[in-house]
Every structure is written in structure tokens, then in C-alpha cells.
Design a protein around this ligand. Structure first.
Ligand code: HEC
Ligand code: HEC
Length: 162
């Protein structure tokens, strides 16, 4: 093989090696898998962002989906078939059913016998937002802390590291 040929082969590999650690560090740390299911995005993304199921354990999603008539003071109307399909998606992708650092960090702080309905009450969430001055305000100009997209531009992709 000629010198040039070897270089041509090695250069892309070297570039890849340089880029890989950056990409994988991001993927693991600050990301939960985005909501890929169209039905879930439609049913749960109109009033607020469709929260990633990785932030709550399976039993929480079951409880939330079993009480849509009284959903944090709102009423979520869903045909039964759709309710079942969305529940299945949320449960299968719940924080205690998937791997990943961010989901694990949240799951580690869920009480073993607790069934939280809010990810914003998870101690990990509270800790991460301790310096966020809007936290106590509730309803400020940007909306409440529940409005993830107000501060995290890539929230819907499951990225919260900006
Ligand atoms: C009709 C409007 C509406 C729809 C549709 C809706 N929600 Fe909500 N949801 C709310 C309101 C209102 C709150 C409370 C927001 C607040 O505390 O500021 C809320 C809060 C939540 C929270 C708690 C957020 C936190 O504080 O951690 C979860 C989880 C949640 N919704 C899941 C769902 C799921 C799953 C669906 C789809 C089945 C859904 N929502 C559809 C209105 C809605
Ligand atoms: C008022 C602005 C604001 C809102 C609203 C908000 N966040 Fe944050 N969030 C922050 C700030 C600031 C940080 C700290 C960033 C840092 O330390 O790099 C943070 C950190 C995080 C982290 C930790 C990221 C990491 O790198 O470990 C997660 C996860 C997160 N937010 C999720 C959410 C979710 C989910 C919502 C909606 C339910 C939300 N945030 C709403 C401002 C906000």
C-alpha cells in the first residue's frame, strides 16, 4: 500500500476516534429517550410537553393513566383503546424499565413504596433546579417549572444539559 492510501484509510478512523467520546458521554449523562410514540405525543403533548416516561417508574404511569378524569385538576379525555396504548408505551419505557444515567438517577430517589405523580417533586429534579430562581414562583412569565421547554430548548429530544 502506498503512503497516501494508508493515510486515506487512517484519517477517517482517527477522526472518528476523536469524536466518539464526546458523542457517547452526552448520550449517557444528560439524556432520557425522547417520546417516539405518536399517540402518546398527541395525547400528552397538547397542554404541556409530553414528558419522557424515563422520569417516572412504571407504577406512576399506571396511576396517572388510571385517573385521567382528575389529572392535576384538569380532565384528560381519551378513548379507551388509546388510553391503553399510551399506558403500554409509558410503562414499557418507564424509568425503572430502561437503562441510562439520568433515568437511573431519578429512580434512585423514588421511595420504594411511593408512587409519585410528579417528576418535578423528585429530589433529583429539585436538586438540579435548586439554583433556578423561578422554582418557587410557580406561575411567572415563562409559566411554571412544568414548562420544561421554556428553559431547555431540546427538552422534547430528552436533552436537559443546556
Ligand atoms: C387537558 C390538559 C392536559 C393533558 C391533555 C395532559 N395533561 Fe398532564 N398535566 C396537566 C396539568 C394542568 C398539569 C399540572 C401542571 C402544573 O402543575 O403546573 C399536568 C401535569 C402532569 C404531570 C406532572 C408534571 C410534574 O409536575 O412533574 C405529568 C407526569 C403529566 N401531566 C402526564 C400527562 C400524561 C401522561 C398525559 C397524557 C395521557 C397528560 N399529562 C396529558 C394537563 C394536561
Ligand atoms: C426556569 C427554567 C427551567 C425549567 C422550567 C426547567 N428547568 Fe431543568 N434545569 C434548569 C437549570 C438552570 C438546570 C441546571 C443546568 C445545569 O446545571 O447545567 C436544569 C437542569 C435539569 C436537569 C439536569 C440536567 C443534567 O445535566 O443533569 C434535568 C434532567 C432537567 N433540568 C429536567 C427538566 C424537566 C424535565 C423540566 C420540566 C418538567 C425542567 N427541567 C424545567 C432550568 C429549568
Amino acid at each position: 500500500m502506498s503512503y497516501v492510501r494508508v493515510l486515506r484509510l487512517l484519517l477517517p478512523a482517527a477522526l472518528l476516534l476523536l469524536l466518539l467520546p464526546v458523542a457517547s458521554a452526552h448520550a449517557d449523562d444528560d439524556r432520557v429517550p425522547p417520546v417516539r410514540d405518536r399517540a402518546t405525543r398527541a395525547a400528552c403533548g397538547s397542554c404541556h410537553m409530553a414528558f419522557q416516561p424515563g422520569f417516572l417508574p412504571a407504577r406512576s404511569w399506571e396511576a396517572i393513566m388510571a385517573s385521567l378524569d382528575n389529572h392535576f385538576g384538569a380532565r384528560v379525555a381519551l378513548p379507551e383503546g388509546e388510553r391503553e396504548a399510551v399506558t403500554r408505551y409509558l410503562v414499557q419505557n418507564a424509568g425503572d424499565r430502561i437503562s441510562g444515567e439520568l433515568a437511573s438517577a431519578f429512580m434512585a430517589r423514588v421511595h420504594p413504596r411511593g408512587t409519585p405523580r410528579r417528576l418535578t417533586e423528585n429530589p433529583e429534579f429539585i436538586h438540579e433546579h435548586r439554583k433556578t430562581s423561578w422554582y418557587e414562583v410557580g406561575n411567572s412569565a415563562i409559566g411554571s417549572i412544568v414548562n420544561c421547554r421554556a428553559c431547555h430548548r431540546k427538552a422534547e429530544k430528552g436533552r436537559y444539559d443546556d
